[in-house]
Design a protein around this ligand. Structure first.
Ligand SMILES: [Zn+2]
Ligand SMILES: [Zn+2]
Length: 279
């Protein structure tokens, strides 16, 4: 875990860290993937199983009751390191217009990957536009099927949904599935696709041995299904977090306060996190 924020994917030239959202300090460094893949290939326990990459944080915004919760789950599928990120944003209904204005204005805060605003990328699949149209549908009471999209540049599938949580508030849910490659000695094309240059993955896919979606690859083997994860994250959104070192919430969650508007869910003893010592 680093102490700086930055845009998603791998940005800044020599960087070797993948970030999932602008406002989070969570990042995955290439050597950590190499360790996890080594453990997977050799079968020797060096305390780097994919479960150690699990992470959950909550941030409370300036605006009244704007709460953001994001989760991370990693898994190795067909010798590649895949990660599922899900982010919930809780917004009061009486602030939905302000929220949408913010989305359009501060869109860099809401990028889903480094390629979100490449000229020529179809407008309708940028994250902010997907969120806006989903919220408008929710306001109109339309129940729609959400689709899975793919970034044409990096190995990532993503989906946007919104949920009406009653009279007071609604939530926007974004989920993305990212392929971070095989963790070989030198980074492969899948890892490098997340760098903020333009490699067109559609060309790389021509020679790839399989072209299935990353979402399908992840979900076919996931220990925790997308439905269960989503329900679990919704419950945790409403968990009790106090501005004190540790909060033991009535729902069993143990939250560690990082001092400002940020909390981390305490990793369980049976499943320690590789970031624990930095929390
Ligand atoms: Zn991308
Ligand atoms: Zn990416």
């Amino acid at each position: 875990m680093s102490y700086s924020r930055g845009p998603p994917c791998i940005s800044g030239g020599s960087s070797t860290a993948y970030r999932h959202e602008f406002d989070s300090f969570y990042e995955i460094n290439y050597p950590q993937i190499q360790l996890a893949m080594n453990q997977h290939r050799c079968g020797i326990d060096i305390e780097f199983p994919p479960e150690a990459f699990q992470h959950l944080e909550a941030r409370h915004g300036e605006a009244p009751r704007k709460v953001i919760l994001s989760s991370v789950n990693a898994q190795i599928v067909s010798n590649e390191f895949l990660v599922r990120f899900q982010t919930w944003t809780l917004v009061p209904w009486n602030r939905s217009d302000t929220y949408i204005e913010e989305l359009a204005k501060d869109c860099y805060l809401y990028s889903i990957c480094a390629h979100d605003r490449i000229p020529g990328l179809r407008d309708e699949i940028t994250l902010t536009n997907l969120i806006i149209s989903r919220v408008r549908q929710l306001e109109a009471g339309e129940n729609c099927q959400t689709r899975t999209f793919q970034c044409p540049y990096c190995y990532m599938d993503y989906m946007v949904d919104a949920k009406d949580l009653g009279e007071r508030e609604f939530a926007v849910i974004t989920t993305k599935w990212v392929n971070l490659g095989a963790g070989e000695e030198s980074p492969d094309a899948k890892w490098r696709s997340h760098e903020d240059q333009y490699i067109d993955r559609r060309e790389l896919d021509q020679t790839a041995d399989h072209r299935r979606g990353i979402r399908a690859d992840f979900e076919n083997q996931a220990e925790l299904s997308l439905e269960d994860l989503t329900a679990d994250n919704e419950r945790k959104l409403f968990s009790t977090r106090k501005r004190q070192g540790v909060t033991r919430a009535p729902d069993g969650c143990v939250w560690r306060w990082s001092g400002t508007t940020r909390w981390y869910l305490d990793p369980t003893k049976s499943n320690p996190s590789i970031w624990e010592r930095w929390l």
